[in-house]
Design a protein around this ligand. Structure first.
Ligand SMILES: [Zn+2]
Length: 439
């Protein structure tokens, strides 16, 4: 009953606080588990990754100038988790457009040599904020991109090492809730042929993945030390366009994911909150940009962030379960072929089993939501978590359906077997993780 009341308080508070633009209040706090069993070792580490100077921003090609300041700091965070056997695993999340493959490879190699962390036990996810730095080389700004990438790699290695060093006894739990502001953004290409305004508009009956999977780390008193949570939605509440008299939108910030993490950390002062983006290649937050008269896009991002934060709290209130066992992980590339003789792409897939209860399939780049829906339907695990934007950043990855339909998310021109190749790789790696041959 107490948990039910807490959940009701969280929901009621969510509505009143969002309406009033107030800060999260302590009464949203989820019940601490009563004297949890400390069968894990865990610790988190955080670093600011906001560029020290203004630089070009990533995500919107329409921008005409570099950044002009900071609306919210950008962070990278590492969570080291170690179960009863198998050694540690480190989850890294980051408020950045994507994890370039060369960043993934460089960081993984250094973590292997400096901390003896095997590559399959390191996962790097990006929030895909479109208000972070552009660190892909850009004509005339190659040095700027190279310097930032070096800084990013150094920082990621440093926080992985710090999280590993700080590990201490902890309880790890898992739970899940739902959150509804993500909507499919693909137009019906057959119906809207030739209508440029129909591109990337909300498609109310399109597929979505509204799950919010949650992992919690608590100390002996039940206090929340870290929470990792997922959501499948493009991190694009803000746009690049300025509508006068608004100030230019050239300020670094984490968009809704940055605000979700900020709200959780304000509500749970000892907690490191970590956002893991899902298969959100064709999902946008709605409303967004200037769609609500009188509400600035940054305020909308804050609203969505708070809504997601309350879903995480609702998940914890509704029924957090202890995670038992150990972490097993596997990683490997699968070759994705492309039409018309274009070069194929070596695509990383990672599978992580957290204890006996949570299976995480982490896919590279911008996968559309069909991947999450299919894997959740096909894999057998009490909780299946599917992440995108992991270990690679090379554009959109369509499902078979989207590749057949064509359009914006099919622009990479992958062959129609792209979905089966990726799902097949997930199954092969899961077989490895489970110690059985894949079917
Ligand atoms: Zn994108």
């Amino acid at each position: 009953m107490r948990k039910l009341m807490s959940a009701l308080v969280a929901i009621l508070t969510a509505f009143s606080v969002v309406g009033a633009h107030a800060q999260p209040s302590p009464d949203i706090q989820a019940d601490a588990a009563a004297k949890p069993a400390l069968t894990w070792k865990a610790a988190a580490a955080t670093a600011v990754i906001t560029p020290k100077d203004n630089m070009w921003m990533a995500g919107y090609a329409a921008r005409k100038a570099p950044s002009e300041g900071v609306a919210q700091q950008l962070f990278a965070k590492a969570l080291a988790l170690e179960g009863t056997v198998g050694g540690p695993f480190v989850l890294v999340t980051s408020d950045i457009i994507g994890i370039r493959r060369e960043v993934r490879d460089a960081v993984a190699e250094r973590c292997r040599s400096e901390f003896a962390l095997p590559p399959e036990r390191l996962l790097l996810n990006a929030s895909h904020t479109h208000c972070g730095p552009e660190y892909r080389p850009r004509a005339g700004r190659e040095e700027e991109a190279k310097n930032y990438q070096r800084f990013l790699e150094e920082t990621l290695v440093r926080i992985v090492g710090e999280a590993l060093r700080k590990r201490k006894p902890a309880a790890v739990g898992y739970t899940q809730a739902r959150c509804g502001f993500a909507m499919n953004r693909r137009r019906n290409y057959a119906l809207a042929a030739g209508d440029p305004l129909a591109s990337r508009a909300p498609t109310y009956d399109g597929p979505v993945d509204h799950d919010v999977p949650v992992l919690t780390v608590r100390d002996e008193s039940g206090a929340l030390l870290a929470v990792a949570f997922g959501y499948a939605c493009h991190n694009t509440t803000l746009s690049s366009v300025t509508v006068p008299p608004e100030p230019p939108r050239y300020l670094f910030n984490g968009d809704y994911a940055g605000f979700a993490q900020e709200h959780l950390q304000k509500s749970f002062p000892d907690c490191t909150a970590m956002f893991v983006n899902g298969c959100s290649g064709d999902q946008n937050p709605y409303p967004r940009r200037d769609e609500v008269p009188g509400v600035l896009p940054l305020q909308l991002a804050e609203h969505h962030g708070r809504t997601l934060a309350y879903s995480v709290v609702a998940a914890m209130n509704a029924g957090e379960r202890p995670l038992t066992g150990a972490i097993q992980a596997a990683i490997g590339d699968v070759e994705l072929t492309r039409n018309g003789g274009k070069p194929s792409h070596s695509y990383p897939v990672q599978v992580v089993r957290f204890g006996d209860q949570v299976t995480l399939a982490a896919l590279g780049s911008e996968t559309v939501v069909d991947y999450a829906l299919r894997l959740k339907g096909e894999l057998k695990s009490p909780l299946v978590w599917v992440a995108g934007y992991t270990n690679d950043y090379s554009g959109y990855v369509p499902s078979r359906r989207v590749a057949v339909e064509g359009g914006y998310e099919a622009a990479n021109d992958f062959s129609l077997d792209v979905e089966d190749r990726i799902v097949g790789q997930v199954r092969r790696l899961l077989g490895k993780v489970n110690g059985v041959a894949a079917d």
